[in-house]
Design a protein around this ligand. Structure first.
Ligand SMILES: Cc1cc2nc3c(=O)[nH]c(=O)nc-3n(C[C@H](O)[C@H](O)[C@H](O)COP(=O)(O)O)c2cc1C
Length: 192
């Protein structure tokens, strides 16, 4: 069974992201085809990238990087719960992604965006970033509207169809996360 992280992509006080991620996790926890764990960027207290060597060199000198790398490398797939800030993902999430390199490779990702247009522009940016990190982003995504899936733009009240969207996204994340395992294990001949 694969391990899937549900990553809370915002860190600000009063963030909506935590409620969104907990809702996704509660739905995911009813499944028996993967293990799901909430990962909160706030628990890692990452500063702006402060490693001397580029992450692609695979040498991490600082304890906060090693702790983050150990956590991220323990998963087969990720669900990124991202706010939309100025038509992109959060600086905190981009920074946390930038800290690592090989830990992300040959894994799958799903996306849950929220914002005035369902966080769609933030997710599009994340998809480009994931491409560079050899992460396969699944097509089905969850787009929560601040206007119709929240009350007063702050209390999460997702429309009924959003549960089906989460389910479809998780189906693909679990399938692709499992399929890519052979590549991660080196049991396919064409390991990059
Ligand atoms: C700095 C900042 C920029 C934002 N820019 C956008 C934006 O470009 N598009 C959008 O739909 N919402 C935007 N919003 C609204 C956020 O989507 C909304 O506040 C959301 O709740 C933020 O996620 P968080 O509460 O988890 O931090 C912005 C909010 C902030 C704080």
């Amino acid at each position: 069974m694969i391990n899937v992280a549900i990553i809370i992509g915002s860190t600000r006080p009063g963030r909506n992201g935590e409620a969104v991620a907990r809702w996704v996790h509660d739905l995911a926890a009813t499944r028996d085809d993967a293990r799901f764990e909430l990962v909160d960027l706030k628990d890692f207290g990452l500063p702006h990238l402060d490693e001397a060597m580029p992450p692609a060199m695979g040498r991490y000198d600082l304890p906060h990087t090693r702790k983050w790398a150990d956590k991220i490398s323990s998963f087969d797939a990720y669900v990124f719960v991202t706010p939309e800030y100025n038509h992109s993902t959060s600086g905190a999430l981009k920074n946390a992604i930038d800290f690592l390199y090989a830990e992300w490779h040959n894994k799958a990702a799903g996306f849950v965006g929220y914002g005035s247009l369902g966080g769609a522009r933030a997710v599009e940016h994340l998809r480009l970033i994931m491409g560079e990190l050899k992460v396969a982003g699944v097509s089905s995504q969850v787009a929560l509207s601040l206007a119709t899936d929240f009350e007063n733009f702050s209390a999460l009240k997702p429309a009924a169809h959003q549960e089906r969207a989460v389910s479809a996204m998780l189906d693909e994340v679990v399938a692709w996360g499992g399929a890519l395992k052979a590549l991660r294990d080196g049991t396919t001949p064409a390991r990059p």
